[in-house]
Design a protein around this ligand. Structure first.
Ligand code: BLG
Length: 485
């Protein structure tokens, strides 16, 4: 009887203690990932170091994933900290560690196997896996054509998973998975003939096509798939929910579209022929004028790659060209502009580059102070081509239409109207071929982006083409001042 009472008392004490403990536990419940991110003020993101995801250029950190995730961090009101994984396996391992990064933004595609390791966000980019071969070599057109070829893919990639799947059907299929390479290396190896084939996603190819003139698509392997961000597996969806809401909004407000255009639209804007031609001229022509572009850029305080991009748009880096309208030289100066800029011989590349740079800066300085970067640069380019007066007319038209006269996106819609009587008859400077500056600016932006990638900091001092076949990335370079773009 006595023992029984004692036991009851002990049980009661234990129950009270446990209850207290549970209550306490409820009070100090582990914060959610989102709460932790906000408390720390830092969003730690793991990614891959590659041109389609994240890399460093002269202006600092950049890349499609970087730009997207940076906007997400800004929205959360926290700092972004990027951590680069050595390879994809390493990326998922890092993500699953409690003290590791909280989000992976690395051009990832979800798969049954990966879903056991991570939770995936809503999609933001549709890509198609493509088999890549070298121009001039036999082109496989279907999966059976992969047998007997030297193939390499990234270790732990969705492409490796696809090949493993195919191997069940074609046991003779051989391929190597490497964790020592990135997509650019695979494309370079195909370009140089070191391997026969590789598999990359369509966006990676679109981004790199201009640097590897021999690579071609053999065929699409399978259906299009979606790229998604990933967070650690488990019950905590606090950050994932926020990320999903952010991605949905980015889709709706056009942010995603703009980023896709910027990073993967080279070939769309230039066309395949244009992209190859540019890659060739980068090697054959630019080296002759690079020093001059750099020297002038320094005196005129402008990014040399922007000057080089203007020069390519104007003359494809040929100093002796003359347009139908009598405009001449590497930077295509009119006689009047040349005179005003002190250029005595428009066909002299040194004088032409100097005159062009001075004129560009003059047009830019004359722009209204309310036009801010990067639009200011696009406006200055348009003014260089069509003249400041006509550009002002287009801004007036924008204002009348209720559009923003300080946004390039709005004013570029108005420029082509300067060629239509119903519109130009109501402007101060009248008729202009307003479609020309729109293409002019789009092309120069494209050339400028490509030049930015091929002239990375670690190759400072070497000609731009030196990087063409080795676009490696140097993570240790300090970021420089953002360019005035
Ligand atoms: C530009 C001038 C502007 C001038 C506009 O024409 O030339 N820019 C330069 O000389 C650098 O100064 O503005 S204005 O002075 O206010 O009138 C308008 O006249 C040159 C443009 C013309 C264009 N390329 C630089 O972009 C050109 O050559 N177009 C003709 C092409 S084609 O012959 O029809 O193929």
């Amino acid at each position: 009887m006595f023992a029984h009472t004692a036991l009851r008392q002990r049980c009661a004490k234990w129950l009270i203690a446990t209850g207290l403990f549970l209550m306490l536990a409820a009070c100090v419940e582990k914060p959610s990932t989102l709460e932790r991110v906000k408390e720390d003020g830092v969003l730690r993101v793991v990614t891959r170091n590659s041109p389609a995801t994240y890399f460093q250029d002269r202006n600092g950190e950049t890349g499609f994933e970087y730009e997207l995730v940076k906007r997400f961090a800004d929205e959360l009101g926290v700092e972004l900290k990027i951590e680069a994984a050595d390879n994809l396996d390493d990326l998922f391992t890092q993500l699953s560690q409690p003290s590791g990064p909280v989000l992976a933004a690395a051009g990832l595609v979800s798969s049954a196997q990966r879903k056991t390791q991570a939770q995936f966000s809503h999609p933001y980019l549709e890509v198609t896996p493509q088999v890549i071969y070298r121009n001039g070599r036999p082109r496989p057109t279907q999966p059976s054509g992969l047998v007997g070829k030297k193939i390499m893919v990234l270790k732990g990639s969705s492409h490796a998973e696809q090949l493993a799947e195919l191997k069940k059907q074609y046991p003779a299929l051989e391929y190597e998975e490497s964790d020592a390479v990135e997509v650019v290396d695979l494309l370079r190896m195909v370009d140089e003939g070191q391997i026969d084939l590789t598999l990359v996603d369509s966006n990676e190819l679109a981004m790199n096509q201009v640097y590897f003139s021999n690579v071609r698509v053999a065929f699409d392997l399978g259906e299009a798939r979606d790229q998604r961000w990933a967070v650690a597996a488990g019950a905590d969806t606090s950050l994932l929910d926020k990320a999903n809401a952010f991605l949905d909004e980015a889709e709706k407000n056009g942010t995603l579209q703009r980023l896709k255009e910027r990073y993967y639209g080279h070939v769309d804007v230039l066309g395949y022929v244009g992209a190859y031609t540019f890659a060739q001229h980068l090697q054959q022509r630019l080296p002759k004028y690079e020093k001059q572009f750099k020297a002038t850029a320094k005196t005129e305080q402008v990014d040399w790659r922007l000057l080089a991009a203007i020069g390519y748009q104007e003359s494809m880096w040929q100093p002796e060209v003359t347009s139908k309208t009598g405009v001449r030289g590497l930077m295509m100066l009119t006689q009047r502009t040349a005179q005003a800029m002190g250029v005595s011989n428009r066909l002299d590349p040194r004088q032409s580059i100097m005159g062009g740079a001075k004129y560009f800066m003059l047009v830019k300085d004359q722009l209204d102070d309310s036009i801010k970067e990067p639009d200011r640069t696009w406006f200055a380019l348009a003014g260089y081509n069509v003249g400041s007066g006509h550009l002002e007319d287009a801004r007036t038209l924008a204002r009348r239409e209720g559009l923003n006269p300080n946004k390039w996106l709005d004013v570029k819609k108005m420029l082509p109207r300067l060629a239509q009587k119903q519109w130009y008859s109501k402007t101060r400077y009248g008729y202009a071929r307003g479609g020309e500056p729109v293409h002019f600016v789009a092309n120069i932006r494209r050339y400028y982006d490509i030049l930015t990638w091929v002239t990375q900091p670690q190759l400072e001092g070497q000609p731009a083409d030196a990087n063409l076949h080795q676009p490696g990335i140097n993570k240790d370079q300090p970021a420089e001042q953002p360019a005035q773009r």
